[in-house]
Design a binder for this molecule. Sequence first.
Ligand code: FE2
Length: 254
Amino acid sequence: MIAVISDVHANHLALTAVLEEIERLGAEKIICLGDIVGYGPEPVECVDTVRQRCDITLCGNHDFALIYGAQDFNPIARNSLDHHRSLLMPRPDAEDETERRDRWQFLKDLPYRHVEGEYLFVHGAPRNPVVEYLRKIDVLLGLKKKIAENFQEVDWLCFNGHTHRAGVITSDMEFLVPDELRGVFEPSFQQKAIINVGSVGQPRDHDSRASFATIQDDKVDFHRVEYDVEAVAARIAATPGMAHSLADRLLEGR
Ligand SMILES: [Fe+2]
């Protein structure tokens, strides 16, 4: 069994709860699709835990912007990243910066894509792995060219995150949410699929529980895990410089 997590967003309580559930399920491998940082109260702890526990970790747009700048981010996301950068970036004059340097190098070295057999793993989209969004609305609007160009990069199944909403886009231009699938997607060999595992640390589908997926025998199970959302919202509210709206959206799952 492979467990796939994404969009941790510095939410260490959610990450810990998800990793406990993954251990209970007995997954042999954990793949993280990026966005370890941004938005939440505990970026350092999340980077350390992801480094320790995940076998493969990819680069998300927030991880990229932490290193290279968040000029095109909205002010709330940018402020939280500025705060995270102050906690993670090595300080040239400080002594014993080994831990910070190691974390920074880990984040800098994150790959953009990972392939295992006929599975492709990315943060955003197959053709533009770090920043492009693939949303339900793309399917509803019939953006065939965009979807087809992305499927060109996929052998059979692609796993992604980035939208913070779990769901499946098929090469037949269907969008399915886990509820419609009763939590299980059984892919057919006749069609390709892009499977969004949702977000551990900031779900946006009006369900505040942490989201992830597992793959076993080519079958995908979607999971939700409860954790102490109020405690994390309180930590965000208590962090100077971080917008209270980030706490509110966590409580509401939006
Ligand atoms: Fe994200």
